[in-house]
Design a protein around this ligand. Structure first.
Ligand SMILES: [Zn+2]
Length: 159
């Protein structure tokens, strides 16, 4: 494409704007993909995975689902709205009115929509301590399982 502004003056203005938007989006996707490869979008995982050894919650007799939920929470892979690698989406939590991105910390510690599932232990510890197992692995898996089930049901009702 010719790199000047003459094409913006003709009647194909909208097409050109769309083309420009697509180029910016493509460039932004490339930048975000690079960040994902470097792990810079997975904010909590690099804070909680500080030692390279087998995860301790693998060996506690938890169910496969409980282990999967803990693993998803620790690696920023819970099915929430905050997915910074998708640039053209809203990350806002639609289940409360706090107008915050729905990331792992919002889901596990903050969002009032899931208050009834949050035990006192989960309230007492910081987000990173919870991801480190301080509030109990079973406790964390139980909360995520219940809150995600409810979130799915409410999400289907909203959409
Ligand atoms: Zn919320």
């Amino acid at each position: 494409m010719e790199e000047n502004f003459s094409s913006f003056l003709d009647e194909n203005f909208k097409d050109n704007i769309d083309l420009l938007y697509a180029r910016v989006l493509e460039s932004e996707r490339g930048r975000l993909f690079d960040q994902a490869i470097l792990g810079s979008l997975h904010l909590s995982f690099k804070e909680v995975k500080t030692i390279w050894r087998r995860e301790e919650y693998f060996d506690l007799g938890l169910t496969k689902r409980e282990v999967a939920l803990i693993l998803m929470a620790r690696s920023d892979m819970l099915p929430l709205a905050f997915k910074p690698w998708f640039v053209d989406r809203s990350y806002q939590c639609i289940f409360c009115n706090l107008n915050l991105p729905e990331g792992g910390e919002h889901f596990i510690k903050v969002c009032p929509a899931w208050r009834e599932f949050r035990s006192q232990k989960l309230c007492d510890f910081s987000f990173l301590d919870i991801l480190g197992g301080e509030a109990g692995w079973k406790e964390l898996a139980s909360f995520i399982g219940k809150a995600l089930n409810c979130r799915t049901l409410l999400g289907e009702a909203v959409v």
